[in-house]
Write a new protein. Structure first.
Length: 537
């Protein structure tokens, strides 16, 4: 028996060794023949880590922005084991990447990392499967549907207001981790608006789903090598870390609750059709998805399977929960740093004679709109994303580059397998587009947006926050209106101050960029603010 086990182990090690040799040969050959080998860019600081460690140690996008300033808008740098990555802020190149989704897709390592959290939903799948999912899902996220859901956004914002009011009533003010509370509020919203499900995260103890998402999205404050090895080398995924086991447990929770939600949604749709009812309960996202998927005008081959529909549940929860809470957290932070903006916004909000505005009333407030736009420009929740070329291509440039041999290039030849970083925050803060004050929070800039922004290939407001092209964020309207409802309710009710010096607040990304305390990273993701009730004169 022992001999057999030794033979099996020997075979496994031999296979792993052969795989390693193959990957090494493929990498060396690819680098020696790379069409990017003469592109400008920073020197690699390590043959193992490339430039990864310095990127991790810097605040999101800042180092990339320094490189662009030094080397130009289209550069290369090194990833793990020296793999070349292409980075560009050239709008023509980015538009080409975002529009040609059959050539530029999420790399396998990214799909693996996100898939462990979100499953095989619309954010993960590619090609025809993505187009089929997107076609069925699009109707659930239209302006009419989001208008119907605004009542839920406002209702939950008022509930959060009342919770904070109770906290401040004790001593006249309170120190509150607004990220934690906003995350609970947006979980409640996506529960009701997404599935007609009461999570009640704003009351009582956190439930198991809330705890699962907190575990998954808690950003690591330390540079870790093994997760990178798992991402780049699939055999390492067979070795389960504590983090892997926690993620798997969280996925089991999401799958179990997702099955319950799908079953309830199907039953609700059937019952609503029998009763000829089209009330709010039957207009949640999952019910709309189920209805669209069973519509008579959808051919059978285009319908989603139950597994495909179920895969959207963690997508709704993850994308609809974390990005809005994080974006609103950064909005409140920005308001603490600009008291005059906070005051001006509050004055506009009090001009509305109701505590329960509609979507149209929220969208009619120009300064609220400007504050939201500026927040999502400077503090975009997702700082960047990644793509890989699945076929050879030529990347067009609007700004020619001069390579290391002195040759001017109007385009860049791309080989299959080439990795790209798609910058979001860096594009949103591009000095050539937004001016010398691009890094500053100034809502007034939206009174007359720069004409240069018109070339940025974003689906919303000439920004990259929700990306662009066929894979642009499907829920961008939902997120923006929910954020407006939150700010409308909270800024009318409270004054906000930062509870720590502003230089102590940092950003760290685990899909979304969340705040940390630089001098207390063990505290995790937090945003401590001092809030006190606003006394209207």
């Amino acid at each position: 028996m022992q001999t057999v086990l030794l033979k099996v182990l020997g075979s496994a090690l031999s296979a792993l060794g052969a795989y390693g040799v193959y990957k090494l040969f493929k990498f060396v050959y690819g680098e020696l023949t790379s069409s990017l080998r003469y592109l400008p860019g920073p020197k690699s600081s390590s043959w193992i880590y490339g430039n990864f460690r310095e990127i991790f140690d810097a605040e999101n996008s800042v180092l990339h922005e320094q490189w662009v300033k030094e080397y130009g808008p289209t550069i290369k740098y090194r990833g793990l084991f020296g793999v070349t990555r292409l980075y560009t802020t050239d709008p023509k190149a980015l538009n080409h990447i975002l529009m040609h989704t059959d050539v530029y897709q999420k790399p396998e390592m990214t799909r693996h990392a996100l898939g462990r959290v979100l499953g095989e939903g619309v954010l993960i799948v590619e090609g025809e499967k993505h187009r089929r999912q997107r076609k069925i899902m699009n109707p659930a996220f239209g302006p009419i549907q989001v208008r119907d859901l605004t009542e839920i956004f406002v209702q939950k914002a008022i509930q959060l207001r009342d919770v904070w009011a109770a906290e401040t009533a004790k001593e006249g003010s309170a120190r509150i981790d607004v990220l934690s509370w906003l995350s609970r509020m947006t979980l409640d919203v996506i529960g009701l608006a997404g599935f007609n499900y009461m999570f009640d995260a704003l009351v009582g103890e956190p439930n198991e789903l809330n705890q699962a998402f907190s575990t998954i999205f808690q950003a690591s404050t330390k540079f870790e090598v093994f997760p990178l090895l798992q991402a780049f080398f699939p055999p390492f995924r067979l070795i389960k870390t504590q983090r892997d086991r926690q993620t798997e447990a969280a996925r089991e929770v999401m799958t179990r609750i997702g099955n319950q939600l799908l079953k309830s949604s199907k039953e609700a749709v059937v019952q609503a059709e029998k009763d000829h009812v089209n009330g709010l309960q039957s207009r949640n996202l999952l019910s709309l998805l189920v209805k669209a998927n069973t519509a008579a005008n959808i051919p059978d081959y285009q319908r989603l399977s139950d597994d495909d529909v179920l895969a959207q549940v963690p997508t709704f929860l993850g994308a609809g929960h974390e990005t809005t809470s994080t974006g609103t957290t950064w909005a409140l932070f920005a308001l603490t740093q600009s008291p005059e903006v906070q005051k001006k916004l509050r004055e506009e909000l009090f001009a509305v004679p109701t505590d329960t505005p509609t979507m149209d009333e929220l969208n009619a407030l120009p300064y609220l709109d400007a504050v939201v736009r500026e927040t999502m420009r400077v503090h975009a929740p997702v700082p960047s994303t990644v793509r890989v070329a699945v076929a050879d291509d030529v990347l067009p440039l609007s700004v020619p580059l001069t390579d290391l041999k002195g040759v001017t290039q109007q385009s860049v030849p791309i080989k299959k397998g080439q990795l790209f970083i798609v910058p979001i925050v860096a594009m949103n803060r591009l000095v050539s587009v937004w001016g010398e004050d691009a890094f500053e929070f100034k809502p007034e800039r939206w009174q007359s947006p720069p004409e240069a922004a018109s070339v940025v290939p974003g689906i919303w407001s000439n920004m990259m926050t929700f990306l662009g092209g066929p894979r642009a964020c499907i829920g961008w309207r939902f997120s923006i209106v929910e954020m407006k409802a939150l700010l409308f309710t909270l800024v009318r009710s409270f004054e906000f101050e930062l509870a720590v010096p502003s230089e102590e607040i940092g950003k760290i990304s685990s899909v979304v960029q969340r705040p940390i305390l630089k001098n207390d990273k063990e505290a995790g993701n937090v945003m401590p603010l001092i809030i006190k009730p606003y006394q209207r004169e």
